[in-house]
Ligand binder design. Sequence first.
Ligand code: E4P
Length: 217
Amino acid sequence: MKLFLDTGNLKDIETFVSLGIIDGVTTNPSLLAKEPGDYRDNLRKICRIVNGPVSGEVIATDWAGMIREGHEIAKIDAHMVVKVPLTRDGIRACKALAGEGIRVNVTLVFSAAQALLAAKAGATFVSPFVGRLDDIATNGMDLIREIVDIYDNYEFTTEVLVASARHPIHVVEAARIGADVCTCPPSVIDAMFNHPLTTLGIERFLKDWEKAQAARA
Ligand code: E4P
């Protein structure tokens, strides 16, 4: 399963990409609004840091506006993927942009029916939001299972990109179900590293090593 970083923060992207575990980046207007500077420049810089797909979202809500912004986003860099919301205009824009060979990530997906529409429209990625579903007492991972089943039944090539991940269990479940990608904020990737027994193990190894060295001195 590919791991994407869900942030617009250049420093975080540099830090996590340097670990060699990041396959791409997703952004959205809320994430990019937090960062200083022009959002196009920031997307360009992100593309230079990560060697993989970088999603940038349209702001327009009408079909023509989405196509116009989609072209602008795609021009930023060959790594760019145009993110459009799952609306009628978004699906229409997805079909048109995909027809031109531009990769599209259909976002704000909360049902299997919506995911089916994204695949029909030729999306490269579909982004179901598991955390936001959990927030309203609906099991987000059940939706991932449904989408993976449906896409497998018909061999849709659209990749299931698990979004709105809030903790490592979401990532592990996504991998067990067979999702193609999970995008995570830096805090979730950090949490994936941590285990008290790893920390304790290193402490014990070092203590034993130092004890032995002192005895030999
Ligand atoms: C990813 O593409 C989404 O924009 C993101 O995962 C949303 O996460 P949130 O629900 O934590 O805002």
